[in-house]
Design a protein around this ligand. Sequence first.
Ligand code: BG6
Length: 512
Amino acid sequence: MPTASPNPLTVGLSKALLPEPCSLVIFGGAGDLSRRKLLPGLYNLMRDGVLPANFAVVGFARTDLDDERFRALAREGIEKYSRRSLDPDAFEHFARNLFFVRGGFADPAAYAALAKRLDEIEPGCGVPGNRIFYLSIPPSVMGVCVDQLQTAGLVRPPDAPPFSRIIVEKPIGHDLESARQLNATVARVFDENQVFRIDHYLGKETVQSLLVMRFANSIFEPLWNQKYVDHVQITVAEEEGVGTRANYYEEAGALRDMVQNHILQVLCLTAMEPPWSLSPDVVRDNRRAVLQGLRPIAGKDVEQHVVRAQYASGFHHGVEVPGYRNEPNVKPDSTTETYVALKCFIDNWRWAGVPFYLRTGKRMPKRASEIAVQFKEVPPILFNTDLHSPLEPNVLTVRIQPDEGLSLKIATKLPGPKVRIYPVKMDFRYGTTFGEQSPEAYERLLLDVMAGDATLFMRRDAVEASWTWAMGILEAWQERGTRWLPQYPAGSWGPLEAEKLIGADGRKWRAL
Ligand code: BG6
């Protein structure tokens, strides 16, 4: 059977930390995230030989399951969602380490049962008492869960082995106030260095490779500033509609769901200063500094700088699909946004005056996420003299998903006696070069928690800084009390208003 061995995946960004044998307790273990991402992710880590050989996974939920039915749920999740197909022998080995405890999140008896069960199974699995508690549950029950963990004596002090760590899944709050409360609740019981707040975008391979691209090459960094960069576009486009998640999404909307966390984190890695070391807190300090430098968008500015919209009915791969207001569990007069486009600035020396255009939406024509850095034009002296037909600018694009890679658009001469200039792309694709599928974001992040490397997790102050910025926009929307949002047909690239937002600056959204 596979055992843990050094592998590039096991090397945290900061140093070569190895994941340690541990139990992972998944609160909400029968839920969607567990079935689709966590259990398949753990299975893949085991198949790759990077999961510690000694591990136990305990699902905890109110759902009527036992060990056997939890294993069946894991099998089904792996068959459906794993990047590697299910191998019966490997699954059997994996399943032997899966257990289930049934209980309510506020029920002290259930936590006592959990503690007893962990004590029973850990010796057999070779786990020395290290425990990770994964909160994949609604924020409304996170507080009670944390308190119950403490009451049941399940939380160990931060400074001596075996370790206790907690993973907090998003949404981390609904606004600044609730995020602060949640952080304070967690902090009553866990030390900040035991807390791992997940933003799964930070675990995506290409997002991480941004740091390598910027700081392991000498050719990009000198140009990475307001002298040479015209503007930056960050796009996260999704094909899917709201699906079955309307109960959550109606209260969230695209700004809370995608911008406040994922897109701002991508922005941070794109714009941050070179850290002086790769230790987690140095990298996290620099990410937070970007959030602190973000110029607030509030009051009247919101109307000018931010567009929100909702998808109307349209077509998805030729099939007619309903508009957002007609999706199950969505209010017929809902004003929840499924699309946001905005222009923001980072007021620091490096980025002064450079607009960052961010956009995200559901029911776009395709799934495509990228960061595009557009450089300034060359002076109109030798080759850029025709005002009516300017040269296409250089653009460096980092494709986050799918088709992960980098491309650089440059001007070249078309072969022939005349000087005719043609833009070409130098393209690097992970799939072609490395020939294997990148691990899923959750795989990487789970390993990092087992290794105790917090670099790719959100620190408390960064969560609060990003909410502080988002609140300006959310409060202005609330004050305006809109009853109608601009619409865009499902399967289109968003509303006209978003074209106008960028068009007013003489620029265009990139065609993806
Ligand atoms: C989640 C959001 O955090 O990220 C979802 O809640 C969104 O609404 C998802 O669909 C996108 O993640 P990915 O990895 O599929 O791009």
